[in-house]
Design a protein. Sequence first.
Length: 353
Amino acid sequence: MDEKLISKKKPPFPINEKLYNYLTEYNRNIKIPVFYDDLLRFDGGVEVYDKNGEDTLWIRVYYSEHERDEIDLSLKRMYMILHGDGTEDSLPFLTIDGIDYCTFGNSKPFRVKVRNILNDNHTYLYVKKADASRVYGLELEHILSPNNINFLVYKDTLIEEHVLGIPGDQFLVENMDSVSVRGKKRLSKEFVKFNERCMIRLLGDMRSYNYVIVASYDFDQVEYRMRAMDFDQQSYEGNLKVYFPQFFKENYPFVKMVTDNLQEESIEQYKKEERSAIARRLRGAQDRVNDLLDCMVHDKISTVNNINQLKMDLYEYTRDIKFKECKSMGEILKVAFAFVTRNYENVNAYIIH
């Protein structure tokens, strides 16, 4: 894929009052004990390397002695709010093993490693600057994908749970060769569905390092699922191809795998299955989706040029004249969801060219 399909770095968009009210209604807007800016007060850091000695682009930060205890306690409390009921009974059994900072990408996140000292299990949570695009992306992922996702927003701080799985780029290097022939057929099916799902809900820039692959072991086979883990590019770009993972050169090995393992009839069948699944989720969460789209319709999360380009691309793609009338990314997504739902009983009307 030509890198020119991605425009200049996407700017962050503030969360407006309407979206805050939505987040409060659905228990996403909850007071938390630490802010993103609090974590920026680190005294220094050291590079973090992976098991192969490669620079991960993360740095392990450290804080002055008089701040470290307060930050650790606040992060443990935040973990309990995100994953528990907010009570502090388990605080003595938690420890913060590390706080990493990444300057790569839009969100410049902090990654916090939280360990339970009773059983030595650990997990991660992420602290980021709140961005409306990312919040819309997270919420749409929670509603329309097969995966629930947990996050909280308070003022200008966003807290996200860790998305378990092997990053796609790492999987290609370290795991792909060990996947069986039958496994590659199942993984091909999942890539087709993931490709369709991203396009329908307009989640862009799904290069191989922006999603993970989860392997689930059944009694006689291994099933695979692809999960997005980066939501900055929700409904921002104007070029429709940006919303198809298949067009990124980083995903070429997966595209080739699909070509080698699936017949065209099977590919079309899996696309139809995913459209039907999304249509069912849209119907099942109609009130919540409508509330979210109402926020998006009145929000500015892209440029006029991008909106005009995308609505025309979608008109050419679907021949639905309603796209031409859209004036915001929210309106575009609203028409797209209506199109998918309307064609639920006749999915052959919705074909990827």
